[in-house]
Design a protein around this ligand. Structure first.
Ligand SMILES: [Zn+2]
Length: 247
């Protein structure tokens, strides 16, 4: 696919939604997509109409051709708008407003999903945030290759509903590496050693201010949360402790 630049059709949009579905395991691609000459007072880019109650038949995505057919409307902005509306769909599909006890359309439930989809967490379009992209960059964004897989239910079970956004998590992680060195900051699938529980495999990580919470499956079969300060990495069977510079 080449650069689209103001020539979006329903099938292009559905392709983006399909690739988001692959990350979330949901079926947003089954929701009808409509393109209108303009939406709202003319300055609305897209909208998502939720189903009422259990009646999901009325759900739809709408997008404005005033933007999606404008040569100056950047492709990455279009994709961000699609992700924005898709995040509304996820909130609707999983009843996340109830889960988060927040009825705002652009509240914590929606922002959490945006964080997982690496999407601008603002209800308003800020054109200057979006750069033009190469064909390769566009393909990646269309295929959602910049998004790690999203398992929101698992995330909620593991970490509760005060998930920081993806951007905040990246920031925390960078700060942790500065503070502890790379040896003490962990990722999923790292082997670790705990003085009391022995060795295990990191299933998931959640960075926080000055610490990292780890979900570890120990070789005993026990799954528990530990902090990064309590374990060391195991590489090729060897426990890696950072070398102390003070001697
Ligand atoms: Zn919105």
């Amino acid at each position: 696919m080449s650069v689209i630049h103001g020539n979006w059709c329903v099938e292009d949009i559905r392709k983006v939604i399909q690739s988001l579905d692959e990350k979330t395991g949901l079926n947003g691609a089954s929701v009808p997509i409509y393109l209108y000459k303009s939406l709202g007072k003319g300055n609305t880019l897209g909208s998502y109409c939720p189903g009422s109650g259990k009646d999901k038949w009325w759900r739809s995505f709408s997008f404005s051709l005033a933007y999606f057919n404008d040569d100056n409307f950047r492709d990455l902005a279009a994709i961000d708008v699609i992700r924005h509306e898709y995040a509304h769909f996820v909130v609707d599909e999983l009843d996340l407003k109830d889960v988060f006890e927040d009825n705002e359309d652009h509240g914590i439930a929606w922002k959490t999903v945006c964080g997982l989809l690496d999407t601008d967490q603002d209800g308003y379009y800020r054109w200057w945030r979006f750069r033009s992209t190469t064909e390769e960059g566009l393909c990646k964004a269309i295929m959602s290759e910049d998004i790690p897989s999203v398992d929101i239910i698992k995330q909620l079970e593991r970490w509760g509903n005060d998930l920081p956004s993806l951007r905040t998590r990246k920031y925390y992680e960078k700060e942790l590496v500065k503070k502890y060195s790379r040896v003490r900051v962990f990722s999923a699938n790292d082997r670790v050693n705990h003085s009391k529980f022995g060795q295990g495999l990191v299933l998931d990580t959640m960075p926080d201010i000055n610490k990292q919470r780890l979900l570890v499956k120990f070789d005993s079969g026990e799954i528990r949360f530990v902090q990064n300060r309590q374990v060391y990495k195991v590489v090729n069977g060897h426990v890696k402790k950072p070398v102390s510079k003070a001697r």
